[in-house]
Design a protein around this ligand. Sequence first.
Ligand code: GLU
Length: 525
Amino acid sequence: MNTKGTTRVRFAPSPTGMLHVGGARTAIYNWAFARATGGTFVLRIEDTDPERSTEENTQIILRAMRWLGLDWDEGPEVGGDYGPYFQMQRMDTYTAALETLKERGAAYPCFCTKEELDAKREAAGEAYSGYDRTCRNLSPEEAQARIDAGESHVWRLKVPENHGPIEFIDAVYGHMSFPAEVMDDMILVRSDGSPTYNFAVVCDDVNMAITHVIRGDDHLSNTPRQVLIYEALGAPIPTFAHLSMILGSDGKKLSKRHGATSVEEYKDAGYLSDCMVNFLALLGWSLDGETTIIDRETLCREFSLERVTKKDAVFDEAKLDWMNGQYIQALGPQNWVEASRPWLARAHAAGYPYVQSALVPTPEQGEERVRDALNEEQLAAFDDSYRANPAFYEALYPLVAERETTLNEAEDKLAYMFWGPAVLLDEASVNKVLRKEGARADEALRACRDVLADESIPWSCDPLQDACKALCEPLDIKPKNLFQPLRVAVCGNMVSPPLFESIELMKREDVLARIDFALSEVFGG
Ligand code: GLU
């Protein structure tokens, strides 16, 4: 099946909304199959629904495809020998295909009005089995006369009598067979001249020389109809591969109810595109039944339709989070800073004014700032800051790499690194740690302050930590009761990234100013 270099596959989204995870998985399978077989991956935009298709949605889909790194060999913006790649620009090809069908006696005009059809459907009730073929029996002369008289009509497929079962090969479902007797003489071209979905999709797949149609199994029921159209056109029938449904962890079809469903939402929440491709690829395909971390190169080398299952796939958010964490740990400092740009830029922007003015923000002000929408100016300010001090940003990576599930966590988790001499004190942490009865947090803070103010101790994680720890014995205080108050005073809360690793990256005067602030704010001096 995987003949080198001759496979042509396509991803054919309708730009009626975002790129959802189901569509993204379909795109990934087509892309990986093309790469694994040395074939061609075509992107075709099915924009024939004028009411729901928008240019904006097309752009969103292209953007999501690019973010996922699913490069297409032919399609919008890259062109190709089989274009155009927007259905609306291919109307002449549908007209030509209809001409072929007319010549072959495989299509006929139907003049039945909507009212007539509705009445027939209603009269038949449960027993309705499709169009009753009234117009199929019109003589060619009569049909032509009515067309010439300008009577409104559609074009229908003349399903052959005594066809026998409709058969096709599905790489996932195996050999498929459907009875032809139940097939309606479906509409191919509407009265306004526009092609129906089934007709357009077959015309395109034929004209674009598609060899494998890989798509969601919501299209499985269309396939026997489409096979009839291929046959009527005298075109070879491609291999199909229908992909199972994606379910939420509750076993129900994945939908908005389960949270994020569009690729862009995952991007905005700080998932890595390499992780998304890996995770989505495993929703219905496996390398060997056990490997979970699979990079693009392996996927593009090893992907095969034989290993696609027809079992419904379950979108397990917890697994995705775990996997994203694995990818973050594998990034390394520089890639992490680059991938975290929007969130680090926001943390940087939120901290900047305080560093400048040394004002102590009230929590309300701070929160508002953090939620400000990121603008170009802030991104540019971050870029300048990163360029000026890459070592600082890269040193933030080990503070969070182990524990981060999504990149966006950096914004909140590392915000304190950008506050200079001021800190936002988390009220719950203040109450639980600094105001803890009998814990002598003020004493602990003053003692630590003296150590941190001592310039004879190198400003570096271990010596500072050792020197503070040495206070426990003379003060008769548990390490926890020494370090937690310091953590709250310096980082603002009791669950921050590692304390002395953070302190090492800060300026001594800022750390001392934060301790002084906590002492005055909580203990009055
Ligand atoms: N445009 C169709 C859709 O978005 C896909 C058609 C196909 O893959 O055959 O569902």
